[in-house]
Design a protein around this ligand. Structure first.
Ligand code: ADP
Ligand code: MG
Length: 455
């Protein structure tokens, strides 16, 4: 589709251009050099106009005699400045072959899975910024370059990256979207370099990409040659106004083994962090999964949803695993009526037993894990002492009680002998700081893991 639209425009422009050339050239010369097929305007992409002459000597002559003229006339006709390149047919065909070869090679690992859509993604406080950044990238390509999404694993980076590609394709069916993991990028790059030494071809290949999505960029760490190559690709696409979206398991600044200039490029756009979803979002994700699986809205009792969101909250992948296990049990056992908590507990019996050995999670456990971490006593955390260390530990404990247990502000307030507005403001404070404070995030993630692992 892109070809036809583009070709039509190109051939119209070329006809106009030919008329101008005809006015300036004797008819004999015109016939030999510019008549049908002996000279062609092949592509008009971004700022480049590529002409192909039928022989290399004609290409050389036209270049010598007409280059500024072609450039000027083209600008007059289109209102745009184009850098004119004139090549001969056999070089052009060779290059085309290389580009197409590269296209198949690179795109072989580029798969956009249809289930990863923005519609299937549940946005909540933990991932809303990332969700919006990706939608923004589709609506306003290259306004923020790159969009850089980072999080622990299983929190939806790949989903969002693929959804970005899928949505972009819906809006621009003709576009070339390249989704690739950085590991595939690396191996394709090595293969390409081994096969063909001509890096110009690689540049030509990336010239055809409209949207570049690279997943798990952290694997470029320590791979110097690939980084250089990626740096060039990055600059090339950015200079052409193409959008780039990257994901990583950590922020640009935390990526060790990456050249400074790459880090500075990566952090020069819009970096957004996804954190663990809260209980409400986890439940919304379960409801979405039910909907995708055509299950009736109230098929799972609320307690079942609570149970899953509480016990399988390490990340969304874990939650999905539990959901799938439950669906499987339902298919086998075909229970009558709705899915109840006892049925659900039976399905997860193994996990139940393991958990009961390790001890239950409640506010007291949260308080004692946080207290241990900061070398404080439980009583200090519950006290009114306001030294900064104790106050921070207390705020984190309240935040975790809310996040992990989904307790109301009133209930948390009772444990800490504070009123619910104090609890609310403490929780909000941590939520806000988590967005910008990587150190705090690490602490909170670590505490969450300790609390949930029961060790
Ligand atoms: P990551 O790339 O960060 O490791 P994925 O994108 O692979 O995580 O997500 C793991 C699974 O969880 C995927 O199947 C994805 O569809 C699902 N998932 C993650 N976040 C959400 C969300 N907010 N809404 C719906 N599904 C989600
Ligand atoms: Mg991923």
């Amino acid at each position: 589709m892109r070809e036809t639209l583009n070709d039509r425009r190109v051939s119209d422009i070329y006809q106009e251009l030919l008329d101008k050339i005809r006015e300036k050239t004797t008819s004999k010369l015109f016939d030999t050099m510019f008549s049908q097929d002996s000279f062609e305007l092949k592509t008009l992409d971004d700022n480049k106009a590529l002409f192909v002459a039928d022989s290399s000597s004609n290409a050389t002559m036209i270049k010598a005699a007409y280059l500024p003229f072609l450039q000027r006339e083209l600008e007059e006709i289109t209102g745009h400045h184009y850098d004119v390149e004139i090549t001969d047919r056999s070089s052009f065909l060779k290059r085309k072959e290389a580009v197409e070869g590269a296209t198949t090679s690179f795109f072989r690992n580029s798969r956009l899975l249809p289930q990863y859509t923005f519609d299937n993604f549940v946005a909540g406080p933990s991932n809303r910024d990332a969700f919006l950044a990706c939608m923004f990238a589709v609506q306003n390509p290259a306004k923020s370059n790159p969009v850089f999404i980072y999080s622990k694993s299983g929190l939806g980076k790949t989903h969002l990256l693929q959804a970005t590609g899928n949505d972009y394709r819906v809006k621009h069916p003709e576009a070339k979207v390249l989704y690739i993991t950085s590991e595939d990028f690396l191996s394709e790059f090595v293969r390409f370099i081994k096969g063909r030494k001509d890096s110009e071809n690689l540049k030509d290949f990336f010239n055809t990409v409209d949207l570049l999505l690279v997943d798990d960029i952290q694997f470029l760490a320590g791979k110097e040659d690939t980084q250089i190559m990626f740096f060039n690709v990055f600059n090339l696409l950015v200079s052409q106004g193409k959008q780039i979206v990257l994901t990583s398991d950590r922020s640009p600044y935390e990526l060790k083994g990456l050249q400074d200039r790459l880090v500075s490029r990566f952090s020069g756009g819009l970096s957004v962090h996804i954190v663990n979803p809260n209980k409400e979002t986890l439940i919304a994700i379960l409801r979405k999964k039910m909907q995708i699986n055509s299950l009736p809205e109230n098929y799972f009792d609320d307690k079942v949803l609570d149970y899953l969101a509480f016990n399988y909250a390490k990340n969304v992948r874990e939650l999905e695993g539990a959901f799938t296990k439950l669906l499987f049990a339902i298919t086998i056992e075909k229970p009558q009526g709705n899915i109840t908590l006892p049925f659900c507990k039976k399905v997860f019996d193994d996990d139940e037993q393991r958990r009961s050995k390790k001890g239950k999670i409640d506010v007291d456990r949260i308080i004692s894990v946080v207290a241990d971490y900061y070398s404080l006593t439980d009583a200090q955390i519950k006290s009114n002492v306001r030294t900064s260390q104790i106050a921070l530990a207390r705020q984190i404990a309240m935040y975790l009680a809310r996040e992990i247990l989904g307790l109301t502000y009133q209930v948390i307030g009772r444990t800490f002998s504070k009123d619910h507005t104090t609890v609310l403001s403490n929780v909000v404070k941590i939520e806000t700081n988590l967005k910008t404070d990587a150190g705090l995030r690490k602490v909170v993630d670590k505490l969450t893991d300790i609390i949930k692992s029961g060790s």
